[in-house]
Design a protein around this ligand. Structure first.
Ligand code: AMP
Ligand code: ZN
Ligand code: FE
Ligand code: FE
Length: 278
């Protein structure tokens, strides 16, 4: 088994379309993938509506990555095996997307005031098919105009959380996110806990009803992996992991199949997150 349970597509800020992700996963010899776009299931709906049939060697876990706000930190919660047609989920996602469409022009106004001239129209064009318009799309427009060499540099200078052009987007509370995911039949899993940089918050989230911990993530050190493995076992949480693949040059990993879940763990996830056996 070769599983990657954290992948983004063009429905949010990934660079590969859902179909291209499937093809890349097949080529990389993956057996299980989860598509987990930010605030949207449109990539998964696109695949379902296209009647796309997967080869018997690959199974697709429907997922999502929802942002949640706490003072001083941003928490990302993954939902695995959600019903992508769930009504409440759709209503809530529509609200989140609408807020993102209000927020982007406000950030662009700030940028214009700071002397960076990009337009919302261009950002929308660059976002292409994305439902979830975000900072990466704005950053792309600034790089295209030659203001900055890389997207990372834009985050450092302007649109990082303390940057002069940053505006937060509307987010649900962690409890709301957990309730929404469970309501849609899914398993709420805390994404990249080390990036929260505050284990008290991690503990609060576990008490709020998180059922899985993304122990394996490209940004986690060996020490962090060990720490969160212990924590997950102690609280009887599912141990998950994924590459957080965006297909962005310079952002590790740059290809699918490079970062996968340890095989033994994939077996452990059978019957919960992983439903198909090989
Ligand atoms: P948003 O949801 O619009 O606030 O944008 C958040 C997304 O921006 C994250 O999910 C990342 O994909 C991306 N991002 C956040 N920080 C950085 C960074 N320092 N460099 C590049 N991309 C980033
Ligand atoms: Zn992202
Ligand atoms: Fe995340
Ligand atoms: Fe992610």
């Amino acid at each position: 088994m070769k599983a990657d349970l954290h992948i983004h597509t063009t429905a949010s800020d990934g660079r590969l379309s859902p179909v291209s992700i499937i093809k890349a996963a097949i080529e990389a010899g993956l057996s299980h993938i989860a598509i987990t776009d930010h605030d949207t299931v449109d990539g998964l709906l696109e695949l379902a509506n296209a009647g796309f049939t997967l080869p018997s060697t690959l199974s697709l876990i429907p997922g999502i990555e929802l942002s949640s706000d706490l003072p001083n930190c941003e928490v990302h919660i993954l939902g695995y095996n959600i019903d992508i047609h769930n009504r409440k989920l759709h209503d809530q996602l529509q609200l989140l997307i609408a807020h993102r469409h209000e927020r982007a022009p406000k950030m662009i106004s700030k940028l214009n005031e700071l002397g960076y001239f990009i337009t919302y129209e261009r950002v929308l064009q660059l976002a292409d098919k994305a439902t979830s318009i975000g900072r990466p799309h704005i950053a792309k427009a600034l790089v295209e105009k030659g203001y900055f060499p890389t997207i990372t540099e834009v985050f450092i200078q302007l649109i990082g959380k303390n940057g002069p052009a940053y505006i937060p987007h509307y987010k649900l509370t962690p409890s709301q996110v957990i309730e929404l995911i469970i309501g849609a039949g899914g398993i709420p899993t805390l994404a990249h806990p080390a990036l929260i940089n505050n284990d008290e918050v991690v503990m609060d989230l576990i008490h709020a009803g998180i059922q899985g911990l993304e122990v394996y993530h490209p940004t986690h050190s060996e020490e962090q992996i060990t720490k969160y493995l212990t924590l997950a076992n102690h609280h009887q949480l599912l141990i998950t992991g994924g590459s957080d693949f965006h297909a962005i040059a310079g952002r590790f990993p740059e290809a699918l199949g490079v970062f996968t879940l340890p095989s033994a763990l994939s077996y452990q996830l059978q019957g919960s997150i992983i439903h198909k056996e090989y």
